[in-house]
Design a protein around this ligand. Structure first.
Ligand SMILES: NC(=O)c1ccc[n+]([C@@H]2O[C@H](COP(=O)([O-])OP(=O)(O)OC[C@H]3O[C@@H](n4cnc5c(N)ncnc54)[C@H](O)[C@@H]3O)[C@@H](O)[C@H]2O)c1
Length: 302
């Protein structure tokens, strides 16, 4: 046990297994009192048992974050039990695979409700408490999937929403002393085992999507979250980090940076076309996990 987070209270959603379990255990080992939230209450209870038998402090929450009232109640549970709330890890997530033409409204809606609205509602309720108390830290679980991964367009969209949520709310919450960061973790869990089991992750020579994941452990990813919730991360907000337990990367995606561009007055579709055969022709970007060039770019680079 360290005392890095001594006297602090934190919530980890979806902490009954996988990455959330590892985050909760690591935060508790750093001295935080932790609300271990999961709709799978038996799993959450066993994580609380693991933490308390190791001398840590934790309680169970079975709240379903996709229900706004339950999300509010989850935040209130932490305040009531531990006298406040200093850290929130929006980790609960549903994985969803479908080809775009096979998508069904109920499954899409469920993914958005849990992954996006669940995190938004927890962040809303938590930031109100943290603002009142003078500060805090929030970590949102995004995914490299948001940059393009085959067969998961809905899941990827929900994870892109969390990156957008992070960037904008970090701006709004900085003055209140609340830091908000997003992470793209990589580890072998039920979620990634399911993806591998279904034969997702087609290996391309250049970038097999889940290459090496067999050796990536949730426990190895947890120190990034504990760091981000601690004062050691003071001054770090509005960031997106990718971490597989070994390599930690700062994801750079700001569209307001100085990208290849050209300007004109009175654009028409034809002058737009000329821009893409002229000054912008060489600048179309590879996309997705395999960094695939758009067909036009493939033709010109042959
Ligand atoms: N494992 C990876 O490599 C990876 C990669 C990118 C992103 N992520 C993200 O990290 C997070 C954790 O992933 P994991 O691999 O540990 O997944 P997991 O499926 O092993 O665990 C997710 C947990 O969330 C819980 N949960 C689901 N819906 C909930 C709800 N409505 N309310 C409360 N709890 C709920 C589940 O019961 C489960 O215990 C997810 O948001 C996932 O999208 C994981």
């Amino acid at each position: 046990m360290t005392n890095l987070l001594g006297g602090r209270a934190a919530i980890v959603t979806g902490a009954g297994r996988g990455l959330g379990r590892a985050y909760a255990r690591d935060l508790a080992a750093a001295g935080a009192s932790v609300v271990v939230n999961d709709v799978d209450v038996a799993e959450a209870r066993s994580v609380v048992d693991e933490i308390t038998s190791a001398g840590g402090s934790a309680i169970v929450s079975a709240h379903d974050v996709s229900d706004p009232d339950a999300a509010d109640a989850l935040i209130a549970t932490c305040v009531t039990a531990f006298g406040g709330l200093d850290g929130l890890v929006n980790n609960a997530g549903l994985y969803h695979e479908a080809q775009p033409w096979d998508e069904r409204p109920a499954a899409m809606r469920r993914a958005v409700l849990v992954n996006v609205l669940g995190a938004m509602q927890c962040q809303a309720a938590a930031s109100a408490v943290m603002r009142e108390r003078g500060g805090g830290a929030i970590v949102n679980a995004s995914s490299g999937g948001m940059f393009g991964f085959p067969s998961v367009s809905t899941y990827a969209a929900t994870k892109g929403a969390l990156a957008a949520l992070t960037y904008s709310s970090a701006l709004d919450l900085e003055a209140a002393g609340i830091r908000v960061n997003a992470i793209s973790p990589m580890a072998l869990t039920r979620m990634t085992e399911n993806a591998l089991g279904r034969g997702l992750a087609p290996s391309t020579k250049d970038a097999p999507p889940l290459a090496g994941i067999d050796d990536m452990r949730p426990e190895a990813v947890a120190p990034l979250v504990t760091f981000l919730l601690s004062d050691l991360a003071e001054g770090i907000t509005g960031q997106f980090f990718r971490f597989d337990g070994r390599k930690v990367s700062v994801v750079t995606t700001n569209p307001f940076a100085d990208h290849p561009n050209t300007s004109a007055d009175d654009w028409t579709p034809r002058t737009m076309a000329a821009a893409f055969t002229g000054p912008l022709a060489a600048h179309l970007q590879p996309y997705g996990v395999e960094r695939r060039l758009p067909p036009r770019q493939r033709a010109t680079t042959r």
